[in-house]
Design a protein around this ligand. Structure first.
Ligand SMILES: C[S@@+](CC[C@H](N)C(=O)[O-])C[C@H]1O[C@@H](n2cnc3c(N)ncnc32)[C@H](O)[C@@H]1O
Length: 166
């Protein structure tokens, strides 16, 4: 078993068990994912299975509900709800997020990986894309470096398709 999150059998997915992640309420962002211990760059921090909605089902129903604040773009113009912590990562602007995500369409899951060393007590944030639907609050200090290690796994195209936006 490697750190890649799946065993040799294609239908078995090993889940990371860091034991240091916790859900906390951020005063402006609402619930978010925080770590009690330092996490090294490149660590697989979470795997979320997803619930996939087809394009028509989502257009007719899902987008008119709270689901629209949580879903990721998925294949064939559908959308997917990440189950578990995958729906709890808050947003930081591009270059300031400390967690990247990769959609595994064939296994219906999303992998989340630390893009840099993350300190104890930090919030784990992903980047939803360039256009968000809320007034984004950032915890990044002005003038700080983006801290990216080059571990970003998304292609530019995947990134621009964003979290729930096209
Ligand atoms: C996928 S949910 C994240 C979990 C959410 N905080 C909760 O409590 O359910 C996305 C929502 O979180 C909030 N959010 C995420 N990042 C934010 C940010 N940087 N600033 C303000 N609100 C944020 C927005 O309300 C957004 O619609």
């Amino acid at each position: 078993m490697s750190g890649g999150g799946h065993d040799s059998a294609d239908d078995t997915i090993a889940l990371p068990a860091l034991g240091c992640l916790e859900l906390r309420v951020h005063p402006q962002r609402g619930r978010g994912v925080f770590t009690r211990k330092a996490i090294s760059s490149g660590t697989l921090v979470n795997i979320s299975p997803v619930l996939v909605f087809g394009r028509t089902e989502y257009a007719d129903h899902g987008r008119h509900t709270q689901l629209d604040h949580y879903t990721y773009c998925w294949k064939d113009s559908g959308y997917a709800l990440a189950l578990g912590l995958g729906s709890m990562f808050n947003h930081e602007g591009f270059g300031h997020e400390n967690v990247g995500f990769t959609r595994d369409m064939s296994r219906s899951l999303i992998r989340y990986t630390a893009l840099r060393d993350i300190g104890a007590g930090e919030e784990l944030c992903i980047c939803y894309g360039p256009n968000v639907w809320f007034d984004a609050v950032s915890d990044v200090q002005a003038g700080g470096s983006d801290g990216h290690s080059g571990a970003q796994e998304q292609s530019a195209d995947e990134f621009m398709r964003g979290f729930g936006l096209e």
